[in-house]
Design a protein. Sequence first.
Length: 261
Amino acid sequence: MGERTVVADVADELARRVAFGQYAPGELMPSVRQVADEFNMNRATAQLILGRLESHGFVDAHRGKGFTIRDVRGAGGVEVYRRLFRLSMPLPEVAVEMFSNIVDEERAIVLDTLLDYTEGERRIDTAILKAEIDELETIARGTDPDPKRMLTIELSLLRRLQTALGHTMRRAILNSIGDMVLEVPEAVRAYFAATPDLHVLVWRALVAVWESDGGPSEAQLALFEDLFGMYHQKVVARFVELVGVDIAQGEGRETPHAATA
C-alpha cells in the first residue's frame, strides 16, 4: 500500500468516527501526534490526514489549539452528505436511512424533469437521445450488463433534458446525487431492481411520446407517476437486501455481498 492509500484509508476511518458520534461536535480531534501514534505513521502524514478532514468539512482548524469536530450531520452540505453516505456502509441501518433520503430527492427531481419536458417545448433532436438509448440497450442486452455504465448514461440523458429546460439548479443537485450513488456499488445495483431492459423500454416510450404530435393524457401521466413511485420503492427495498438489513428485526446483518464489497 502506498502512502496515498494510507492517507485515504485513515482519513475515512477518522471521518467515520466523526460522522457517527465517536467524536462529539465541538470536541478536540486527536492531535497530530496521537493520530501518528495510533496508526503507526510519521507526523507529516498525520498532519496531511487532518488537513484532508478539514478540507472535507469534518473538522475546523484553530491555530495553536488543533482541530475541533464539526456537527457534520446537522450542518454539513451536499459534499459532506456524499462522504457520509459512502462511509455509512458498515452501518446498514444508517446507510438505508441515508439512501432513502437520496432516492426521495432523486425521484422528485427526475419526475419533474420528465414531466416538464413532456409538457413543454421540446428542444432536443431526438436522434441525440436515441444514440444514447441505443448505447444503453447494447449494454442491457449484453451477457453481463454494467449497471454503473447504464446509470451514467441515464444521468447523461437527464442532464440533457435539464439543460434544455434551463433547470440549472436541479441539474447541479442531480449531479451531486449521481456522484453519491455512483461511489457506492450497492446503491448502483439497487437502481436496477427492475431488469436493465425495462430501463431501455421506458426511455424508448418517452422518446415516442416526445416525437408524437399529441402528448399523453391525464390518465397516462397519472399512471406514469404511480409506476415511477413503485419503481423507487423497489429500489429502496433492493438496497435493503444488498446491505443486509433485517427490517423485521430492526437489526443489521451482513450478507456475503456486503462483507466482500
